[in-house]
Design a protein around this ligand. Structure first.
Ligand SMILES: C[S@@+](CC[C@H](N)C(=O)[O-])C[C@H]1O[C@@H](n2cnc3c(N)ncnc32)[C@H](O)[C@@H]1O
Length: 408
C-alpha cells in the first residue's frame, strides 16, 4: 500500500500523482492510499479529502460511468475546464482573454445514447458502469432531461424486441419539439413481421420517429429542432448540440462575432445550427460532409420566412478543403470541426484572409493548434468562451473570436 499526493487532474478526470500515477476519483491536493498496478491506483482510499470534494449529487454516481466529476465542486470543475483551454493555448505561446464559462443546467441534455441488453427474464437499459461493459439503469440521472430518463422502459422494450443476450443495443434518444426521436444501432435485422411490431412500439410510446439501423425509419411526425427562424428535421442519428442552452450560448456568440457580415461561410455546418440563424442577416454558404444533413438545412431554409440566401454544399473538408480562392469571397467564416480539428481548412482560411472567424471546438488541443496558425497569419484572438454542455464530465466545448489585424 502506497501513500500519494495528487498534483493535478488529468484530461480524463483522473487525479495524477508524481510518476505519473493515475488515481480515478481523486482531486488535486488529496492524499490517497492504495496499491499501484500498471501506474494506476484503481481503488484508492482517500486519506485527506480536498475541500473541493463534494458528495456526488446523483444517486447513480457510485456505479455509473457516465459522469467523471460528480465528486468535485461546481466551481472547481468550471475553473478546471477553462484552465485546460488556457493551458492548451499557453503551450502554443498564446495568451487570450476568457469570458466567464457558461454551464448548462442539470437535466438539460436533450440527447443521450443508452446501452441496452436482453437479460434472462427481461432487459436492462442505462449507461455503462465505470470501465466495464456492465449496464447500470439511471432512472434518476441528473444529466439528461427527465423525458430521456423516462424513456428507459422504452429502451428496454426495444432490447427485448430486437436485442440479443450477447450483443448490446445502442439507442440514441433525442428530445425534439415534436416528441422523441429514437435511433437504434446494433439490433437484429428486421423483417416484415417485426416491422409491424416496431410500429406498435413507436405508436405505444407516441414517438415522433423510430429508426432501426439503416433497415427501417418509421416517421410518425417529423422530429423538429429550431435553429433561429428555421424548423429543421435532422436525419436519424445526426449530430446536434447536446443541450438547448449550449446551442443558444454558442449561437449567440457566433452571431455576435459575425455582426455586420454580409456574406458568410459555415464550415462543418451540420444541419445548419449556425448557418440558419446567421442567414437572418447574412447570405450564407453551408458546407458539410454528410449529404443528408446538408439536405436537412436546405429544406428548413426553403420553408422558413424572412431569411437571406442559404446555399449548401456536401464536401469532405478534410480531403478537399474549401480553397483560399473560394474563401476570398466571404467576410466571415464559422468553423466547427470534429475532434480531429481542421488543419488543412484553417490554412486555407488564413491564406484567404477572411476578415472575421468564429471557431467552435470540442478539442482544446486542436483548437490551440488552429489558433496558432491563424495568429501566425496575422489574426488577433479577441476572446475565448468556454461553453459547458457536459456538466460533471471532462468534455470541453468552446467558441473563440478571431479578427484579421489589417496592419499585418
Ligand atoms: C462538431 S459537428 C458540428 C456541426 C454543426 N456546426 C452544429 O453545431 O450542429 C461537426 C460536423 O462536421 C461534419 N464532418 C465530419 N467530418 C467531416 C468532413 N471530413 N468534411 C466535412 N464535414 C465533416 C459532421 O458530420 C458534423 O456535422
Amino acid at each position: 500500500m502506497e501513500t500519494l499526493v495528487i498534483e493535478r487532474l488529468g484530461h480524463l478526470g483522473d487525479g495524477i500523482a508524481p510518476g505519473p500515477v493515475f488515481v480515478p476519483g481523486a482531486l488535486p491536493g488529496e492524499e490517497i492510499a492504495g496499491e499501484i498496478q500498471d501506474g494506476i491506483v484503481a481503488t484508492p482510499k482517500i486519506v485527506t479529502p480536498s475541500p473541493l470534494r463534494v458528495a456526488p449529487p446523483c444517486p447513480h454516481a457510485k456505479r455509473c460511468g457516465g459522469c467523471q466529476l460528480q465528486h468535485a465542486g461546481e466551481n472547481f470543475v468550471a475553473e478546471w475546464k477553462v484552465d485546460v483551454v488556457r493551458q492548451a493555448l499557453t503551450a502554443q505561446g498564446i495568451d487570450a482573454p476568457f469570458r466567464p464559462i457558461l454551464t448548462s443546467p442539470p437535466q438539460s441534455r436533450r440527447r443521450a445514447t443508452f446501452s441496452a441488453r436482453r437479460t434472462k427474464k427481461a432487459a436492462l437499459a442505462g449507461f455503462h458502469v465505470k470501465r466495464s461493459d456492465v449496464i447500470v439503469p439511471v432512472p434518476e440521472c441528473l444529466v439528461v432531461h427527465p423525458d430521456l430518463a423516462a424513456a428507459l422502459p422504452l429502451v428496454e422494450e426495444l432490447a427485448i424486441f430486437g436485442g440479443s443476450r450477447k450483443g448490446e443495443l445502442s439507442v440514441l434518444v433525442t428530445r425534439t419539439e415534436s416528441g422523441l426521436d429514437v435511433t437504434v444501432r446494433d439490433g437484429k435485422p428486421i423483417d416484415a413481421v417485426s416491422r409491424a411490431e416496431l410500429a406498435d412500439i413507436a405508436r405505444a410510446h407516441d414517438l415522433a420517429r423510430l429508426s432501426w439501423g439503416a433497415d427501417e425509419t418509421l416517421e410518425r411526425r417529423p422530429p423538429i429542432v429550431i435553429f433561429g427562424k428555421a424548423r429543421v428535421t435532422p436525419p436519424p442519428g445526426a449530430f446536434l448540440q447536446a443541450t438547448p442552452e449550449g446551442q443558444a450560448a454558442l449561437t449567440d456568440a457566433v452571431l455576435e462575432i459575425a455582426a455586420g457580415a454580409k456574406k458568410g461561410v459555415d464550415l462543418f455546418a451540420g444541419c445548419g445550427t449556425f448557418a440558419l440563424p446567421l442567414a437572418k442577416d447574412s447570405a450564407m454558404h453551408a458546407v458539410e460532409g454528410d449529404p443528408a444533413m446538408s439536405a436537412a438545412a436546405d429544406r428548413a431554409w426553403r420553408h422558413a420566412q424572412g431569411l437571406r440566401s442559404l446555399t449548401t454544399e456536401t464536401r469532405d473538408l478534410f480531403r478537399n478543403p474549401l480553397l483560399a480562392q473560394d474563401l476570398a469571397a466571404y467576410d466571415f467564416a464559422v468553423i466547427d470541426p470534429p475532434r480531429a480539428g481542421a488543419e488543412a481548412q484553417i490554412r486555407e482560411i488564413a491564406e484567404a484572409r477572411v476578415p472575421v472567424i468564429a471557431h467552435v471546438s470540442c478539442n482544446p488541443v486542436t483548437f490551440a493548434r488552429d489558433a496558432a496558425t491563424l495568429i501566425e497569419a496575422g489574426y488577433h484572438l479577441d476572446w475565448v468562451q468556454v461553453v459547458d454542455q457536459f456538466r460533471w464530465s471532462t468534455h470541453i466545448e468552446l467558441v473563440a473570436a478571431f479578427r484579421l489585424d489589417k496592419n499585418k
